[in-house]
Write a protein that binds this ligand. Structure first.
Ligand code: PLP
Length: 340
């Protein structure tokens, strides 16, 4: 199957596996895994943050960030399409006793104008607005990314109101590739950042929380509490590092392929697509008459995996393990697909 269901389906290459076997390792619960320690320092430096913490998943990373930023009863402003709001099992309520305030943004992105009226006054009876959580690129929002100006506006707003800014950068690599913004900039505007290595970068496991040394110290204990204290994780950190060094630069090609795919879809009258809404490696499109599931099955019969993303909406996600030959097959099928 040509698997466009997600960029998480990427598997370790032989070279990545080799880097893993050569990693120097130790017990990370004792803080003694040199490869993990070096990689945490490297990522923190890259994003202009004080420290990093390697964790099993982006969900854990997001939740640790929110946990260290909030107290029970606090509120987090987020776009209604946000991963934290939709795909993290309601964890913020359970783990941190906080509530999320979803706003209707544009392609999963918030703006200063949307956020400002949602910031609550500080009465005894109000939840305390504490964090603005943004996603870059947006997942359910179709891979959209923020411009530097948009980020500065939100960050200035957060500063003016004494709020923290959390950045869910599961696909920050795609955002940097598409926007040209330097990684350190994100450390300037955000208080906590979550980054993932197991999507377009192709690592088998791994995400990282970035923040101050104090936040990371607190998060380390919470990670342990959640059962996320791991031992020789240098193996995983080596894979993630290999992905950053060698696969990041391949994302540009994924973005081009997403545009080619959108073009092909636009030629098929069964589908409706706004080609200008393809920003990075994610393509969202609608089925005109039937439902998404029918179309997903039709693609599947042709050997192409895509996922339903709403009643009429389908998501296709491009990644570096889709070959040029795969692409030409996908384009041919997409233009001519029929529902029989
Ligand atoms: C994938 C993803 C995550 C984290 O997912 P895990 O499966 O827990 O690693 C977080 N945020 C966004 C926007 C994502 O796309």
């Amino acid at each position: 199957m040509i698997d466009l269901r997600s960029d998480t389906v990427t598997t370790p290459t032989p070279e990545m596996l080799k880097a893993m076997t050569e990693a120097e390792v130790g017990d990370d619960v004792f803080g003694e895994d040199p490869t993990a320690n070096r990689f945490e320092e490297k990522m923190a430096k890259m994003f202009g943050m004080e420290a990093g913490l390697f964790v099993p998943s982006g969900t854990m990373s997001n939740q640790l960030c929110l946990h260290v930023l909030t107290n029970p009863g606090d509120e987090v402003i987020i776009d209604e399409l946000g991963h934290v709001f939709n795909y993290e099992t309601g964890a913020a309520a359970h783990l941190s006793s906080i509530q999320l305030r979803p706003l209707k943004g544009v392609n999963g992105k918030l703006t200063k104008e949307l956020i400002e009226p949602a910031i609550r006054p500080k009465n005894d009876w109000d939840p305390h607005t504490k964090v603005i959580a943004i996603e870059n690129t947006t997942n359910k929002g179709g891979g959209a990314f923020y411009t530097k100006e948009e980020l500065l506006e939100i960050s200035n707003l957060a500063d003016r109101h004494g709020l923290f800014l959390h950045l869910d950068g599961a696909r920050i690599w795609n955002a940097i590739t598409a926007s040209g913004i330097e990684p350190e900039f994100f450390g300037k505007i955000a208080d906590t950042i979550s980054i993932c290595f197991s999507k377009g970068l192709g690592a088998p496991v791994g995400s990282m929380m970035l923040g101050t040394k104090e936040m990371i110290k607190k998060a380390r204990r919470m990670r342990k509490m959640l059962g996320g204290g791991m031992r020789q994780i240098g193996l995983l950190a080596a894979a993630a590092d290999y992905g950053v060094e060698n696969h990041w630069l391949l994302l540009e090609r994924d973005h081009k392929n997403a545009k080619l795919f959108a073009d092909a879809i636009s030629k098929n009258s069964l589908f409706k697509i706004d080609k200008s809404s393809v920003y990075t490696n994610i393509v969202l499109f609608d089925v005109v008459k039937q439902d998404a599931e029918t179309a997903v099955q039709a693609f599947k019969k042709e050997g192409i995996g895509v996922v339903p993303f709403g009643h009429k909406t389908i998501r296709a996600t491009f990644h570096f393990q889709i070959t040029d030959e795969n692409i030409s097959d996908v384009l041919k099928v997409s233009e001519k697909l029929t529902f029989r």
